[in-house]
Ligand binder design. Structure first.
Ligand code: ADP
Length: 478
């Protein structure tokens, strides 16, 4: 019997069809989930529309109380959620636990923000006039989320939307519906009323995207995923002038200057590059190392890679899990083969892992490439896999120009001990998030989002709630 992933108008619904969810570490089917259709999406939108009036008029304190309760429940269930995430998505248990904490943080942060949705009074040039500004929820929100962070990407959208007073229809990625179902169970148990949140699981996302973009009741689309799909959704939503928030791909530069500590920098690079097996939009795709630092940096990074064990994330001795599917393995292999054919140096890795404990899973060995050049695919294409690509450079202006030479603009990293160089480089990089001697510049309290083709809008922080609010001006003649 399929697990229902269709939570519509306050009840779990059935569908005629179902789809399988597999463990990427073994290929084993771990569940079957109901496969909705366009009619389910329309039903969910109607339910969210009907619930909007009462939810948007509830007090911010009532909404905050529900989000705080959900925060507590998520932490109580941290271990079981992490275990499910590892089986469904593949990341090692420790990383899965960290993600659940990060996901819960959004619930608490936006519970706190809900009650600080302040307005303004503005002085008028007319003695008989008063201006008042208030911020109102935008309406019904359609949310589409990815598989790589299958719990935190949901709360990063649901928590601010609910805090603002919006109602939501959410479509999770087809690879990770089980995590989404558990997040919904928590929100339901925390007291979110009927119709306010609706979950719709589908094996084929395209027709559902079309309903979301064209349905008149949807006032906002919030999406995290690839740049190609984000552009398509933004185009489809444009004729209706729906608001859009887009968290899309990245191609992060990681710059190591010659005054940095090469060991510290290589340690940082190994931690952030191999996080979630490289399947993160903030993953460093081009590691620029100033020539004087090259040898000690490569040596330390190679040593650290040698100490990482790849395998099923349920085994605590493994720190690198599988890729999401075989297509991801092929993409990574293609980038590595292309780089090697054009003269890159293979320091370690460079092959898929298929036999023995890896059989049935989607594994690729953590890989270090040196002397990567601009003509290689990996220099331009997002990798989304465990490949560290090192590019030697000579001077500061050159590296800033190279780092900015991409249509992406999400995350960048700088390693230097020179304060003015850190500040100048920070200012010169066209990226929405810059880590300076820091590989984790993310938090529920900090604005996350990209410039250029990495997206529109920000998530987390005050900005994250503003995405779900309209500004209304009142001009009073008195
Ligand atoms: P990835 O390539 O990393 O899987 P996608 O952008 O394809 O990234 O997927 C991110 C989310 O977008 C998933 O929930 C997926 O189902 C959804 N998605 C993919 N294609 C479409 C589409 N044409 N319309 C709506 N949603 C889509």
């Amino acid at each position: 019997m399929a697990i229902s992933g269709l939570y519509i108008d306050g009840a779990w619904r059935e569908a005629d069809r179902e789809f399988e969810v597999t463990n990427p570490a073994s290929g084993e089917v771990i569940a079957t989930v109901s496969d909705g259709n366009q009619a389910h999406a329309e039903y969910a939108i109607q339910a969210a529309s009907a619930a909007f009036k009462s939810w948007s008029q509830s007090t911010a304190y009532a909404r905050a109380a529900i989000l705080n309760k959900a925060y507590g429940l998520m932490l109580e269930r941290k271990e079981e959620l992490a275990n499910l995430m590892t089986r469904e998505q593949g990341k090692p248990l420790k990383a899965a636990n960290n993600e659940v904490q990060y996901a819960a943080d959004f619930l608490r942060w936006f519970a706190e923000e809900a009650v600080r949705n302040y307005g303004e009074t503005i002085p008028s040039a007319r003695a008989d006039q008063r201006f008042i500004v208030r911020h109102e929820p935008v309406g019904v929100v359609a949310a589409i989320t990815p598989w790589n962070y299958p719990i935190s990407m949901l709360t990063r959208k649901l928590a601010p939307a609910l805090a603002a007073g919006c109602t939501v229809v959410l479509k999770p990625a087809e690879a990770t519906p089980l995590c989404a179902i558990e997040v919904f169970k928590i929100l339901i148990e925390a007291g979110v009323p009927k119709g306010v949140i609706n979950l719709v699981t589908f094996s084929k996302p395209k027709p559902i995207g079309e309903v979301f973009c064209s349905h008149p009741a949807i006032r906002k689309i919030t999406f995290t995923g690839s740049t190609a799909v984000g552009k398509k959704l933004a185009q489809d939503a444009a004729p209706y002038l729906k608001r859009v928030s887009m968290e899309l791909g990245g191609h992060a530069p990681f710059i190591v200057f010659d005054d940095a500590d090469p060991v510290h920098a290589a340690k940082g690079a190994s931690l952030v590059k191999f996080l979630n097996t490289g399947q993160a939009c903030i993953s460093p795709n081009r590691i620029f190392v100033q020539r004087k630092m090259l040898d000690p940096f490569i040596e330390t990074l190679a040593q650290r890679i040698a100490s990482m064990r790849t395998g099923n994330g349920l085994d605590p001795s493994n720190s690198i899990g599988p890729l999401v599917n075989q297509a991801a393995v092929s993409k990574v292999a293609n980038q590595v083969d292309d780089a090697l054919s054009k003269g890159a140096e293979l320091v370690t890795g460079g092959h898929a892992l298929n036999d023995g404990e890896f059989a049935g899973g989607h594994f690729y060995a953590p890989t270090l490439l040196n002397k990567v050049t601009e003509d290689m695919l990996i220099y331009r294409e997002e990798t989304f896999g465990p490949i560290a690509a090192v590019i030697p450079f000579d001077d500061q202006d050159e590296v800033i120009e190279k780092a900015n030479d991409t249509h992406y603009g999400l995350a960048a990293y700088i390693y230097t001990q020179n304060l003015s160089r850190a500040m100048r480089t920070f200012e010169a990089l066209n990226f929405g998030i810059v880590g300076i001697n820091d590989i984790n510049p993310t938090s529920a309290a900090a604005p996350f989002g990209g410039m250029k083709e990495s997206g529109l809008g920000r998530e987390g922080a005050r900005e994250g709630m503003a995405e779900y609010l309209e500004t209304k001006l009142g001009g009073f003649s008195v």
